[in-house]
Design a protein around this ligand. Structure first.
Ligand code: GLN
Length: 266
């Protein structure tokens, strides 16, 4: 598209937004001027609250980095935040079907997922790490890929830990993957000797290792990745509004403040 046409289109969009008058959430009909959400007046977030410190239960309440970022986005958009807890597996479908507006779950941006959903700008970095028992023979990540290796690896189903180890270990004939619904269940399987290690994101790994005695995280990292919010490809207006809000919250230091509150720098 020629640059000036694009510019014209943008200014036409700005004008039409301005013409709508009232800010989101303030419309007298209760209808949002710029975008629609799953439930009117609400930003519905799909998550899996078993992933500390990004999302976890404190009593009956879902709290954590993602919950606070979503609350800040909702506030900027004049919406009330509603959080729906579900299996990690189900989040993409909830977004695609329009039941939820935003999937915030320490979710890694991957090319396959990008075919299903649109990702906002990234707001955090994750690292896949390996948890082993303190007396484990596995000393580094490379031991998992060594010739003749045959470990049983515990993962949370359909997470990137599952996806990578399936490719790198199972498909290469270097071991088998045991898939669990929750990261904590995989860690429990490690504790009871059902699996030889667990591949999972570094922050929940730290939380689990702090809770369960006799485990440690290998110093070598498996892979570094970007976390972003997943949104529908069919609601461009909401995507633009959420993405812009998130960009502002990153730029003004709000996101960093939230992350720092939960993750103490070593
Ligand atoms: N970052 C990992 C992924 O996107 C794990 C996320 C999670 O378990 N909540 O697959």
């Amino acid at each position: 598209m020629k640059k000036w046409i694009a510019l014209l289109l943008v200014s036409a969009m700005v004008l039409s937004v301005a013409a709508c008058g009232s800010a989101p959430g303030e419309s007298s009909k209760g209808e949002d001027a710029r975008f629609t959400t799953a439930v009117e007046g609400k930003l519905t977030m799909a998550t899996n609250a078993t992933f500390p410190p990004y999302e976890y239960l404190e009593g009956n309440e879902i709290t954590g980095i993602d919950a606070e970022i979503a609350a800040a986005i909702a506030e900027k958009l004049g919406l009330e935040l509603q959080i729906d807890d579900m299996e990690f597996d189900s989040i993409t479908e909830a977004i695609k079907s329009g039941k939820a507006d935003i999937g915030l779950a320490g979710m890694t941006v991957t090319p396959d997922r990008q075919e299903e959903v649109d990702f906002t700008v990234s707001y955090a970095t994750g690292v896949q790490v390996v948890i082993v028992t303190q007396d484990s023979a596995i000393a580094s990540v490379d031991d998992l890929f060594a010739e003749g290796a045959s470990h049983v690896v515990g993962v949370q189903r359909n997470t990137t830990g599952d996806i990578y180890t399936t490719d790198d270990i199972e498909k290469e004939g270097l071991g088998t993957i045991d898939r669990y619904g929750k990261g904590a269940e995989a860690v429990q399987a490690l504790k009871t000797g059902k699996v030889d290690c667990v591949v999972i994101d570094n922050e929940p790994a730290k939380a689990f290792v702090a809770e369960v005695e006799g485990l440690k995280i290998l110093e070598t990292e498996y892979v570094t990745e970007d976390y972003a919010a997943a949104m529908s490809k069919d609601n461009k207006a909401l995507y633009d509004a959420v993405n812009a809000a998130l960009e502002e919250l990153i730029a003004d230091g709000t996101v960093k403040g939230i992350v720092d509150k939960y993750i103490t720098a070593e």
